[in-house]
Design a protein around this ligand. Structure first.
Ligand SMILES: Cc1ncc(COP(=O)(O)O)c(C=O)c1O
Length: 413
């Protein structure tokens, strides 16, 4: 095991000093960033500045205050674009990943939709609701990676759309989007990437990834809730019909008909989440202060350390690849047959925040149950520890101490 990487921010402060930026972390061990990350003061200050000094609607007023609000909002869009290596017009603000996926599930044409067994409910249920849809499932192997034979079989059926998570929020598995994108492009399948767990943690260049669409949420990347992004290849975005109708997304409106605005406004009906977009822009500044390569490196080190520590606990079973190179900062596990909610309650008494349950991935948990305990009727539940740039080794140590206590309480020590 190598020495853990000491994450430094743009001001050269180390990871511990940087903790001061996150008041909510005071006295707690936060291991649930895959559900929602913490928000640094720098983001809160930017949002407060908007409310205190630039508060007006965007794209509407003829007065300076509104121009400032519009400038700040569009500047945030440019930050998103730069972060993804793309153009601002291709970045549509949404309410989050779920909203972006619903938009695509409602507007993309095609009946045959392929997806994997590791999808979050947000990347399954909206597609399931499409009238007449035929879902094609890509299975996974024991190690929580996509089954190449199943992928081949599904792609051979030439689906209209393949919608796939970049990083699994349960297994941590990083899917090979680049390779899959090449295959999709060669056969005319539209590739949608659920990047809710990807963009916040991995350096992202949408052109290198090669997908047609990509969606993510601000609150999982140090930003506020209520904001997300849908990125699309220009040619594909142009084909999308409006998803919602109302103010801001129109050109000329008469009693009889309406023409629609250009991208991205065409897909942003109504008053957008202005302060939230500005907050997301500030979160991007914060992440870039560290550098995404550094963020990734830090998480790899966290995962390596956590895997080593967790493996020393008897009866603890880990799901997923168990390889820091192949997974993001997420580790899910089971502690013998102690129910994850009981373990999470004991950890909570030690101020260790951990998620327990099905993690919005019931088909995946069903599949894991069939692999781990064939014939079991009740599906598994799992504990999940997820890391971000503000976590350190001491957080893993506290987790492990808590798990040891749980074993004793439930008489497994
Ligand atoms: C892989 C994945 N997709 C989609 C979502 C949904 O994100 P949101 O609730 O921000 O819309 C999540 C949230 O946990 C996720 O982990």
């Amino acid at each position: 095991m190598g020495k853990i990487h000491q994450l430094k921010d743009s001001r050269g402060r180390n990871e511990r000093q940087g903790m001061q930026d996150f008041p909510c972390l005071e006295g707690i061990t936060y291991l649930d960033s895959a559900a929602s990350s913490q928000t640094p003061n720098q983001v809160l200050e930017k949002m407060q500045h908007y409310y205190q000094h630039d508060r007006a609607n965007v794209h509407r007023g003829a007065y300076a205050l509104s121009s400032r609000a519009t400038e700040a909002y569009e500047e945030a869009r440019q930050k998103v674009a730069d972060f993804l290596g793309t153009e601002a017009e291709q970045c549509v603000f949404t309410r989050g990943t779920t909203d972006g996926l619903n938009l695509l599930a409602r507007t993309l044409p095609g009946q045959k939709v392929a997806l994997s067994v590791m999808e979050h409910h947000s990347n399954l249920v909206p597609w399931q609701q499409r009238p007449g849809v035929e879902l094609l499932w890509i299975e996974m192997r024991q190690d929580g990676t996509l089954d190449p034979a199943s992928l081949d079989e599904v792609l051979n059926q030439k689906p209209d759309i393949l919608t796939l998570t970049w990083v699994s929020n349960v297994l941590g598995t990083i899917n090979p989007i680049g390779e899959i994108a090449e295959r999709c492009r060669a056969q005319g399948t539209i590739l949608v990437v659920d990047a809710a767990q990807g963009v916040p943690h991995l350096p992202t260049d949408v052109n290198q990834l090669g997908c047609h669409f990509l969606v993510f949420s601000g609150h999982k990347m140090l930003g506020p809730t209520g904001i997300g992004v849908l990125w699309g290849e220009r040619k594909q975005l142009d084909k999308l019909p409006p998803y919602q109708f109302g103010g801001s997304m129109v050109g000329l409106v008469t009693r009889e008909k309406t023409t629609f605005a250009d991208l991205p406004q065409r897909l942003e009906a109504g008053t957008p989440p202005i302060a939230e977009a500005i907050g997301l822009g500030a979160a991007i500044d914060y992440l870039q202060g560290h550098g995404m390569a550094q963020v990734r490196e830090h998480e790899k080190n966290m995962v390596a350390y956590a895997l080593e520590k967790l493996r020393s606990i008897p009866e603890l079973r880990i799901a997923g690849p168990q390889d820091p190179e192949k997974q993001g900062g997420v580790i899910s596990f089971q502690l013998g047959n102690v129910h994850p909610h009981d373990v999470a309650t004991i950890l909570d008494r030690r101020n260790v925040c951990l998620r327990a349950g099905h993690h919005c991935c019931q088909p995946l948990l069903r599949r894991l149950t069939d692999m781990w305990t064939p014939g079991a009727r009740a599906p598994l539940a799992l504990l999940r520890a997820s890391f971000y740039l503000y976590n350190g080794r001491q957080d893993v140590d506290r987790l492990v101490d808590g798990l040891q206590e749980a074993r004793k309480v439930f008489d497994r020590g």
